[in-house]
Design a protein around this ligand. Structure first.
Ligand SMILES: Cc1ncc(COP(=O)(O)O)c(C=O)c1O
Length: 409
């Protein structure tokens, strides 16, 4: 008997999504009754707003929803996404330049498929979200990491990009606010990078999925707003997962020049066809509601923009006991063994470890699960540093969320 032909070499070389793997493990542990708080996937800790759920229920009762929609999405939803793109990214596009995808992840995949040719080099600022290099490889491209450390607030400079550019460089990945670091490029930094890409005819895949999750007045300027001329070589990736706590609904989108959207749409028509009709209708209702035109994050809640790889918080408290310790961890491939702590993050850790009066439950009463703990030396050191400006403070965001969860348990 002849040996079976081999599996695809390309797929065999692709790594499983580390984020989803850890998330699945956390869910399995939870199902066993273990007290686990998972920060593996970037999942907001609040429910999808009720009016979106109601719209889905309504759509479910309508037999018209049991049919295919056009592969690139319902016309009304594509129109709403075009309006959102103008509002938040400053770019006027026609609905024909929009494809509704199964989450932002499918947009990332399709964007690289649309603009990468075999052997092309794709500049990938690091640390990065784990899907990018694999999606680039799936498009037969070569990811070229450009590392930006804590000393530069995890933001690459034009000089670094220029140093990494070769004649095979055709694409730049731009993510602001960034997952995993939470860094937000200033308007000037964004403009400089956009102009550099324009000058060299380099495509930009700009992932804006965390666009509406910035804090302390920081605005994430879209690269197409900073440099309008670069729109003809930019694909914007976005979706509802993070802003509206809709990770499981699988609605994302890509926006770009008509020719790139056409080829990506052709791919999607063979790959998945349309996104679930009911989810599209629910999302259309969300997009139409004036009160909902920003973010759905309830006041006081800050979903972690960067929990996937840096700053995952592990609560090692045995059941029914006080917290043994909370550990900030970085998976090995993400860079340093311990995430860099900015002063704001460190201050937050210090606050989280102090007894905390709980409103409405008697002044001075310690918040459940939070007891004074001696601060580890790296936190003490970080508190002495000046607070950075213009960052979304991922570790702090994660910790705030931890406190919220701890207080509602
Ligand atoms: C930076 C970034 N882009 C895109 C996505 C994809 O989001 P989704 O496919 O859930 O819409 C994620 C998910 O974690 C992300 O972190």
């Amino acid at each position: 008997m002849t040996e079976r032909a081999p599996l695809s070499r390309k797929l065999s070389a692709i790594a499983e999504s580390a984020t989803l793997k850890v998330d699945a493990k956390a869910k399995a542990l939870k199902a066993e009754g273990k007290p686990v708080i998972s920060y593996a996937a970037g999942e907001p800790d609040f429910a999808t707003p009720q009016f979106i759920v109601d719209a889905a229920a309504e759509a479910l009762a309508d037999p018209a929803s049991y049919r295919y929609t056009p592969a690139p999405g319902l016309p009304a939803l594509r129109e709403a996404i075009a309006a959102k793109t103008l509002r938040d990214s400053g770019l006027e596009v026609s609905p024909a330049q929009v494809i509704v995808t199964n989450g932002g992840k499918q947009s990332v995949y399709q964007a690289f498929q649309a603009v990468v040719n075999p052997g092309d080099e794709v500049l990938l600022p690091a640390p990065y979200w784990t899907t990018y290099p694999e999606a680039i490889r799936l498009a037969d491209g070569t990811p070229v990491e450009v590392f930006a450390g804590a000393d530069q607030e995890y933001k690459v400079t034009v000089e670094q990009l220029e140093a990494a550019r070769t004649e095979r460089t055709t694409v730049l990945v731009f993510v602001s606010p960034s997952n995993p670091t939470g860094s937000v490029y200033t308007a000037e930094e964004t403009k400089a990078i956009g102009e550099w890409a324009l000058e060299h005819g380099i495509w930009i895949v700009s992932d804006e999925i965390y666009q509406n999750l910035t804090y302390e007045g920081v605005k994430a300027t879209s690269i197409v707003e900073a440099v309008p001329d670069v729109a003809n070589q930019t694909i914007l990736v976005n979706g509802v997962a993070k802003t509206y706590a809709m990770t499981g609904w699988r609605v994302g989108w890509m926006v770009g020049p008509a020719d790139a959207i056409k080829v990506a749409g052709n791919l999607q028509s063979h790959l998945t066809s349309n996104v679930n009709n009911v989810a599209q209708k629910a999302d259309d209702r969300r997009a139409q509601r004036p009160a909902d035109r920003g973010r759905a994050v309830p006041r006081g809640v800050r979903p972690p923009p960067s929990a996937d790889r840096v700053g995952a918080v592990e609560d090692r408290r045995p059941r029914g006991a006080e917290p043994a310790r909370r550990v900030l961890r970085v998976p090995r491939r993400a860079g340093p063994a311990r995430p860099h702590l900015g002063r704001r993050d460190a201050d937050h850790i210090a606050r989280a470890r102090r007894p905390h009066p709980r409103p409405g439950r008697g002044r001075g009463r310690p918040r459940r699960g939070l007891r004074p703990v001696r601060l580890p030396p790296h936190v003490v050191r970080a508190r002495r540093r000046p607070a950075p400006r213009g960052r979304a403070a991922p570790a702090a965001a994660v910790l705030r969320l931890t406190r919220l969860v701890a207080s509602t348990r």
